[in-house]
Design a protein around this ligand. Structure first.
Ligand code: BES
Ligand code: MN
Ligand code: ZN
Length: 496
């Protein structure tokens, strides 16, 4: 909405406070220049109870001179470091602060941001929606704490229609990220490969995307020997999910291929994982979920770029039918793979997914997968891993990161690593051993993209939040969705 903050009727008006002080000194100031707001917060400011430090929250009832019932001040740190990333989290912090108090609606004052008011509104809305998600779906005494209405108050005289468009788009992105999180949150007994395909199909129907689901017969007919080798050990049938976004007026090229690892449960197979923590392997389809979420947002945002998304959905199980270490499998591309470790299954399903995307005419590929524990060892839970075989494609991705605020760190793909995945009996092995495990996994995928420009995202460390944060719940994070959407949008802006 556009109008005056003083006149805004809401359960709670939310404003950001920044610290303009040097180093240790605090100099808190409202990030929104508004006389009524400043007056309402003056007494509190004088009391020294607000410092502006990151994600500090101070709430005031009956703020003087405002029609709002409450005023919530959220700290967003040092003014000189303030960007859309802090703002997204500050907005999330406000929502997660208000939710347990059963406050169902709030309105945000738009802060001044060096990137401009449009970016400010976009990050506010994204952050608020992301914060509105909680994972306790199956708790029998679950209370629905969700915020029902989130408003943004742009200064009087702003272009209402323009802001509404930005709000709608940011909402589409935030809700799509939450959709991906819902899928990741589901346990593997409820979200089998078949169920994942059904959910994708349902989503596609609701936003007008084409969706094709391929069953075992078709997967075998396509000679997807790498994908099939993982699926063969499970009683649950695999599914190959193909979603298409082909808008009218989009150029013939580029055609972007979004490929996701959809392992709905990873036991490790015959190279079975230890029991400790195995329950977490329900999130081994987070890369696939990110693609499904991104496709939803893309269908709603309607960029003029062709996008095809492929999710290889299967379980990785030990059984009498499961593949064994030493087995040799022929991938769809014709490459022969010696299986060293059946737990290195993600790269097998992606090998065929990536190759298939090329046969469908994709000119650029991007994949996301909870691929390696080694990536978590290398980067911890702060950055996810990114790899690229093409500088131009990486430029697009890097621009996307600047808008999404998601953290990825690029890792190398030197040809020397190739030796580590050489096989004695076949073309390549599926495990390069301990050293540089995230890199040798990426090198394996590289064998299947050949010369096609390609980005690989290893999200193993970030797809699941180990702790509650003030701006996001513990559990599935939905990482990747925002960057994938922004990645696609960069091709609309500057072609290929
Ligand atoms: N899904 C796992 C990777 C993973 C580990 C994701 C931890 C999230 C958290 C993957 O399929 C796997 O098991 N990778 C192996 C590869 C190894 C056998 C070469 C790994 O990382 O240990
Ligand atoms: Mn595995
Ligand atoms: Zn896995």
């Amino acid at each position: 909405m556009v109008g005056s903050l003083a006149e805004t009727e809401t359960e709670c008006l939310v404003a950001v406070v920044l610290d303009h002080g040097e180093k240790q000194k605090n100099e808190p100031k409202l990030a929104t220049k508004d006389a009524a707001l400043e007056k309402a917060a003056a007494e509190l400011a004088a009391s020294g109870e607000i410092t502006g430090k990151l994600f500090e929250t101070v709430m005031l009832h009956h703020p003087q001179g405002l029609k709002a019932k409450r005023l919530l001040l959220v700290g967003a740190g040092k003014a000189k470091n303030f960007s859309h990333t802090e703002l997204r989290k500050a907005a999330g912090t406000a929502v997660r602060f208000l939710k347990p108090k059963m406050i169902k609606s709030c309105a945000f004052a738009v802060p001044e941001l060096s990137a401009g008011p449009e970016d400010a509104v976009r990050s506010l809305v994204e952050g608020a929606f992301i914060a509105n998600f909680d994972p306790d779906t199956y708790r029998s005494d679950r209370k629905d704490l969700r915020m029902k209405s989130i408003a943004v108050v742009a200064p009087a005289g702003s272009d209402q229609a323009k802001y509404q468009r930005i709000i709608d788009q940011a909402r589409a992105v935030g809700e799509s990220q939450n959709f991906a999180r819902e899928l990741v949150n589901e346990p593997s007994n409820r979200l089998t490969p078949t169920a994942l395909a059904d959910r994708a199909k349902e989503m596609c129907a609701s936003v007008g995307l084409k969706c094709e689901i391929m069953r075992p017969d078709k997967i075998k007919e396509l000679k997807m020997g790498a994908f099939w080798s993982v699926a063969q050990g499970s009683d649950e049938e695999p599914r190959l999910i193909v979603m298409r976004y082909e808008p009218e007026g989009a150029p013939e090229k580029p055609v972007l291929g979004l490929i996701g690892k959809g392992v709905t449960f990873d036991t490790g197979g015959i190279s079975i994982k230890p029991a400790d923590g195995m329950e977490k392997m329900k999130y081994d389809m987070a890369g696939g979920a990110a693609m499904i979420g991104a496709m939803r947002a893309i269908a709603l945002l309607k960029p003029k770029v062709k996008v095809i998304s492929i999710v290889c959905a299967t379980e990785n199980m030990p059984s009498g039918k499961a593949q064994k270490p030493g087995d040799v499998q022929i991938a769809m591309s014709g490459k022969a793979i010696e299986i060293i470790n059946t737990d290195a299954e993600g790269r097998l399903v992606l090998a065929d997914g990536l190759h298939y995307a090329r046969t469908l005419g994709c000119t650029h590929l991007i994949d996301a997968a909870t691929l390696t524990g080694a990536c978590v060892v290398a980067l911890g839970m702060v950055n996810a891993g990114a790899f690229a075989n093409d500088e131009d494609a990486y430029q697009h991705f890097s621009q996307a990161l600047q808008r999404s605020g998601e953290k990825f760190w690029r890792l190398p793909l030197d040809p020397e690593y190739q030796e580590m995945i050489r096989s004695n009996i076949a073309d390549i092995v599926n495990s390069g051993g301990r050293w540089g495990g995230a890199i040798t996994a990426a090198m394996f995928l590289k064998e299947f993209v050949e010369e096609t420009p390609w980005i690989h995202l290893d999200i193993a460390g970030l797809a699941w939040m180990e702790e509650n944060k003030s701006w996001i719940a513990k559990g599935p994070s939905g990482i990747g969705v925002r960057s994938l959407v922004e990645f696609v949008k960069t091709f609309e802006r500057n072609g290929n």
